[in-house]
Ligand binder design. Structure first.
Ligand SMILES: [Zn+2]
Length: 469
């Protein structure tokens, strides 16, 4: 498998420190608000990398942190009039819930920054000890000039960065390039005791400390959004490598941004599409198909038209899976089916080429439909099996047919029977309540001359997590 490495700016042969095992660290969210569509991409891309490595037989250990102490959370707490810890807790829950709805596999470990203050203090002490960090009035700074390779990930030159940079009058640092490892407590802010007095960690040191704790000081893959390369990831490298003297992550994998009208989607710009809203309207499969139609390093422009195309595309896959559900299991793969699997694998091995991999799936479905038309059940069943298998690699889920027919349907029928009884005794309040509650969980009821009919709302057909809300 070949993978692009931001550090070397080349597509490299993928290798790991320990044969057959991969450690991945992904920068998780700063939990200060509900997720937007950009967060979906930052989670789906490393999720697909993880699933592909598993498919290739690696044992993957996946760490994604939660940044639950940070300036933005403190500002948000002020706005909402509740403690920063309550803000962080509430948005952490929403984030995890929406990631589950998006069918992103939960991390093996999801460390929270506030649970690792001791590790962060230990790392900062080490940096002071080796002479690359200094204390100033209760703050501790990293001295960028003392770390020679600084700028190697982002391709920036320290002298270029220096020109134009200046120290704000309120700052205690010696050089404008230096960044905070520890911030002295201000009144009313969350703080912890440290050798430098009460304070809290800077954002960058959080990831260095948590990555080292769970993956060791040197590990395989560090992932995150393109917007984190500078300064966040550059600073992580400086801190971790200055402390350990070893190379931090071997591979740096960065996903492109989600844009809206070609401008980066971000809270600060105010041009965000909420992930919750997108999930309600389209569901995980369509959102993932839309995102994976672009190469992970390219920007993706949010577009209703392209989401509708993704909906039509996924409908073709689903229709084929439904049309073939009662076929007997296939014996082996005919050549046309094996060929599409090879195409898919080659595309994924080539720096996670999901657009080409999905093109192979569309061809697989077209072949399968032709096999159905000519009555070749074995070929159609083989195509179905490979489609379902490879869709799992990209994180698509087809609804469980048994669940749809044997569990949900009788429950809905039973509720509709109770509704009918309520109407017969002229208890219209209860009748309307049943209908509206069914609507809330995505079951749409329409009354017709032959009695009520129901269906599951588009985008909500894929299983119990959609009905949980
Ligand atoms: Zn990070």
């Amino acid at each position: 498998m070949r993978l692009y490495n931001t550090l070397t700016r080349t597509v490299e042969e993928f290798t790991t420190r320990d044969e057959g095992r991969v450690g991945i660290y992904v920068c998780g969210p700063t939990v200060q608000n509900v997720p937007h569509f950009g967060h979906a991409r930052a989670a789906v891309v490393p999720d697909v990398l993880r699933r592909w490595l598993r498919y290739r037989g690696y044992q993957v250990f996946y760490v994604r942190n939660i940044t639950d102490v940070e300036d933005k959370i403190i500002a948000r707490a002020e706005q909402e009039g509740r403690p920063p810890a309550a803000v962080a807790e509430a948005y952490t829950r929403i984030y995890e819930e929406q990631m589950a709805q998006l069918n992103v596999m939960p991390p093996d470990v999801a460390p929270r920054a506030t649970g690792h203050i001791i590790e962060m203090i230990g790392l900062i002490e080490r940096l002071v000890e080796v002479g690359v960090a200094y204390e100033a009035g209760g703050d501790v700074f990293f001295s960028v000039r003392k770390f020679d390779p600084y700028g190697s990930l982002s391709g920036r030159n320290v002298d270029d960065l220096r020109s134009g940079a200046r120290i704000e009058p309120t700052e205690r640092k010696r050089d404008p390039l230096d960044f905070a490892l520890w911030k002295a407590a201000k009144p009313g802010e969350p703080s912890w005791t440290s050798p430098w007095g009460r304070g809290r960690p800077g954002w960058h040191i959080e990831c260095s400390a948590m990555a080292a704790k769970y993956l060791g000081v040197a590990f395989d893959v560090h992932a995150g959004g393109l917007d984190l390369i500078f300064p966040h990831h550059e600073n992580e490298i400086a801190q971790s490598e200055a402390a350990s003297g070893r190379r931090f992550a071997r591979f740096w994998v960065h996903n492109g941004m989600v844009t809206l009208d070609d401008e980066k989607m971000s809270k600060s710009v105010g041009n965000v599409i909420g992930l919750g809203e997108a999930l309600d309207r389209f569901g995980a499969n369509i959102l993932r198909l839309f995102l994976l139609s672009a190469h992970y390093r390219s920007p993706v422009d949010f577009s209703e038209a392209r989401l509708e195309e993704a909906r039509a595309g996924f409908d073709r896959w689903r229709a084929f899976v439904r049309a073939t559900r009662s076929l007997p299991p296939p014996e082996g793969d005919p050549e046309t089916v094996a060929e599409q699997r090879r195409r898919f694998e080659e595309a994924m091995d080539d720096d996670l080429g999901t657009p080409a991999a999905q093109a192979a799936l569309f061809d697989l479905v077209a072949d399968g439909n032709r096999a159905l038309e000519r009555g070749d059940e074995a070929a159609a069943a083989a195509a179905r099996r490979v489609l379902v298998d490879l869709c799992g690699v990209l994180g698509y889920a087809f609804e469980d047919e048994r669940q749809g027919s044997t569990l949900v349907a009788p429950l809905v029928e039973e509720l509709l029977r109770l509704r009918m009884q309520a109407r017969e005794r002229r208890d219209f309040e209860t009748a309307d309540d049943i209908r509206s509650r069914l609507g809330d969980i995505g079951v749409i009821v329409e009354d017709s001359s032959q009695g009520p009919r129901w269906h599951i709302a588009a985008g909500r057909e894929h299983g119990p997590q959609a009905a949980k809300r």
